[in-house]
Unconditional design. Structure first.
Length: 667
């Protein structure tokens, strides 16, 4: 179907399989804007998703997809209001084609129509040419493409040393089949001995002028081979691709679109998965830039794309870190730049086989090198002295040193004296900091509370008692006691807890030395062994208590209990500083059960963040019940949405209506 009246101001209902074509005659770059959604009844009652796409057709008949998204039903994690349409159209195009394709066809309840609303065509260059923050948070995926300016050249760097031939062919084929054409492939044969590998490399280089090949007769190691590929590269950006892995067809197109949106970017990374043969065995949906996570889990990994000039400026890849040379390079790069962008799409496939790092412990030296790279990085950025420990493959523990004389005030509102005994015993066992207890309780109950503490061996000199009169709420009492804390470091307990891990108090306080860390917290376990507090996310502005009610396991989000995670807020037990509390205006008791969450969201501005330390764990003594304080939950959502869109630490591929990190269904 061809619509000769154009798209300006029109609303279009389009069934799956229909194609609508609009002729175009543009004298300059243009912006296409609008909104696309499912019918409300379809979204509510249907299943699966449709893919909506806009494609430009050039005068020579060639086609270029400029925008696409998935519109999912409610059961697939889709949003009722759909997605925003915004994309750049280059000048002199012949036609614009709109398509709707059904995902998961065959189900009688599968959604199959879309509505294009308030579509506008503006003949001017857009401020941005990519998905908005709201779109990223809604979990849309698809090829992101065309830009109004010149396309960047992306040099793909691939060192090669005798991989399985079939995997090498797949690696090269995944580059040559890219939907984006502004690439070159820089292959460095690092002393391969397999005649079939050598012949295959030469054949590919001879058959495509975009493939550049250099051979080392004697293997020099992966860092040296990557540096040689870097020297071959002519692109403004370099992408790292292992000789046995593959890219999604739209991978470089998505990267190029991100660069068009923000040409100042120095580093772009994407989600990835691990495949074994034809079977996907793991998906890594990553957060946006999370420096503390990077120190314990080199999470950015693949696909990684970097500004070539900056990689060269910092000295490229260092041979003494062979096996983790990319981790070392990234840590040095982020010391120079925070212009980092995450694309929340699985665009890189890590092939697991017996000789790969993804296949197990084939390269144990790589983990030793990564531990050393992290330790040297922390020393360079003048972080507090820290010990870096290699825990499990790819997972590290950063233990910041804390002066044993450091004073910490632990603030607690007590509602029941018996619970103070196990709390006091647990605090008495804490080492590595000098702590005092700021205890607030009803003035009538306070004497019994003090006796319970003395019975547990806590002297009165170690307790600052703050009585409150009858009628004062628990939240107000806790806020008043926190304001009376004298130490610079303050740990606020929403309820009485006992330590489950060694020196949990020192562990969380240690993270406060980082200049951009506003708050740090342990994982709080309920008395039945389930998670009560493990960070808070705001994917749609509504607070989601991450992993609440789940049981920690070896394949949990916690990276075997060692990886630290940057989050937008923490709760339950929160370490912060008196300086930051005062700067944020203190705690707001009217937020009641969300008081600590509210504090974090007010204190975390710009690049400041909260940190969850999962290997520090405490157990709640009071039977935990989730409080559904809807009024304050909605107030929190309204305040979040006034200043932010989405949550950078919550991958939009996860369902935004629940905190257990379940991936939204796409079929």
């Amino acid at each position: 179907m061809v619509d000769t009246e154009g798209v300006q101001g029109r609303t279009l209902v389009q069934l799956a399989g229909d194609v609508v074509t609009f002729p175009l005659r543009l004298d300059g770059p243009a912006t296409l804007r609008g909104r696309v959604r499912l019918f409300p009844a379809d979204w509510r009652d249907g299943t699966g998703a449709v893919e909506v796409a806009a494609t430009v057709v050039r005068a020579d008949g060639s086609r270029w997809r400029v925008w696409s998204r998935l519109l999912g039903a409610a059961s697939a994690g889709g949003h009722a209001d759909g997605v925003a349409l915004e994309c750049a159209l280059p000048a002199f195009e012949h036609a614009l084609v709109l398509t709707v394709s059904q995902v998961g066809a065959g189900n009688p309840r599968a959604v199959g129509r879309a509505m294009w609303l308030d579509v506008e065509l503006g003949v001017h260059a857009p401020e941005s040419a990519g998905p908005s923050a709201h779109e990223r948070d809604a979990g849309e995926q698809g090829a992101l493409s065309v830009m109004a300016g010149p396309e960047p050249l992306i040099s793909v760097l691939t060192p090669v040393h005798d991989p399985p031939l079939g995997l090498l062919e797949g690696t090269i084929g995944s580059v040559t089949s890219q939907t984006f054409h502004g690439w070159e492939l820089c292959l460095v044969d690092d002393g391969s001995r397999d005649p079939e590998i050598i012949a295959a490399l030469q054949r590919h280089a001879a058959g495509d002028p975009r493939i550049r090949l250099l051979r080392h007769e004697v293997a020099r190691g992966i860092a040296a081979a990557t540096n040689a590929a870097l020297e071959l590269a002519a692109g403004s950006y370099v992408a790292l691709l292992d000789h046995d892995d593959t890219l999604e067809p739209a991978a470089l197109e998505a990267v190029a679109y991100a660069i068009a949106r923000d040409p100042s970017l120095d580093m772009i990374y994407t989600d990835e998965d691990i495949v074994f043969g034809e079977r996907r065995v793991w998906i890594h949906h990553k957060p946006a830039w999370s420096p503390d996570t990077l120190h314990t889990n080199g999470y950015t990994c693949h696909l990684g794309v970097y500004r070539r000039a900056l990689v060269s400026e910092i000295g490229g890849f260092r041979t003494e870190f062979d096996g983790s040379q990319d981790v070392d390079m990234i840590l040095r790069l982020v010391e120079r730049s925070d212009r980092i962008h995450h694309i929340p799409q699985v665009l890189y496939h890590w092939q697991a086989h017996p000789e790969s790092t993804a296949g197990g412990d084939a390269k144990p030296y790589a983990y030793v090198a990564a531990r050393r790279a992290i330790a040297e990085h922390l020393a360079r950025v003048q972080a507090p002295p820290a010990r870096v420990e290699h825990m499990l493959p790819g997972l590290y523990r950063v233990d910041f040193e804390v002066d044993p004389a450091l004073e910490v005030d632990v603030v607690l509102q007590a509602s029941d004296a018996p619970w103070l005994r196990p709390l006091a015993k647990s605090l008495a066992e804490q080492r590595g900091v000098s702590w005092k207890l700021v205890l607030t309780a009803d003035e009538r109950a306070l004497p019994a509370c003090m006796r319970a503490l003395e019975a547990a061996g806590i002297t009165r000199g170690r307790v600052h008692a703050v009585p409150y009169p009858r009628g004062v709420t628990a939240a107000d009492a806790l806020a008043r006691a926190t304001a009376e804390a004298a130490a610079e470091h303050v740990v606020i307990l929403e309820e009485a807890v006992v330590g489950l891990t060694h020196e949990w108090l020192r562990r969380i306080v240690g993270y406060l030395a980082a200049p951009s860390v506003v708050a740090a917290a342990p994982v709080v376990m309920s008395i039945d062994g389930r998670i009560a507090h493990a960070g808070v996310a705001f994917p749609s502005g509504f607070p989601l208590f991450l992993l609440y009610g789940t049981r920690p396991s070896m394949d949990s989000h916690f990276g075997y209990g060692t990886s630290v995670y940057d989050v937008s807020a923490v709760s339950g037990v929160v370490a912060t500083t008196r300086t930051r509390l005062q700067a944020a205006g203190g705690l707001r008791p009217e937020r009641e059960s969300l008081m600590l969450v509210d504090y974090c969201t007010r204190a975390c501005v710009g690049h400041e963040r909260a940190v969850l330390v999962p290997d520090a764990r405490v157990g709640a003594l009071d039977p935990n019940a989730l409080i559904n304080d809807l009024d304050n939950l909605r107030r929190q959502q309204d305040e979040w949405l006034r200043t932010r869109e989405g949550d950078p630490y919550f991958n939009p591929n996860f369902r935004s209506d629940r905190g257990d990190l379940v991936v939204a269904r796409r079929d």
